[in-house]
Design a protein around this ligand. Sequence first.
Ligand code: FES
Length: 149
Amino acid sequence: MSEFEPKIVAFVCNWCTYAGADLTGTSRIKYATNVKIVRFPCTGRIDFMLLLKAFGEGADGIIISGCHPNDCHYTSGNFHARRRWVMFRGLMNFMGIDTRRVQFSWVSAAEGAKWAEIVNTTVDEVRELGPYTDYKKVADYLETEVTNG
Ligand code: FES
């Protein structure tokens, strides 16, 4: 039987982490191929429904990563993201989603090696947790939210 390979979705900001991930590639640093990157202008745009949607569509783990504090190109988007992350954790606990499935980090455009390390660590941790199988629960929640506005 083959080993479980987790599907990881990374929500990253365009200006720092996306450029850092690009540097990882151009520096030829090897890292797990399990990650699919979704680029946003800023981590301040990332909300809880996007995380749920990713889990509902089959992700086993999520990485959220943007500019370091005081480096956000929109001044404070990353601080909003950090505050939201505190709320996300509570909501995940409430919904029974293991919070270890979501990693929050800061990666600059110059930190290609750090990006590789975060991806590899997340893949290893989620591999240990096993596949996320509560899609139905998340899908039902999303349908309720959409129906009730
Ligand atoms: Fe990178 Fe805001 S522009 S976190």
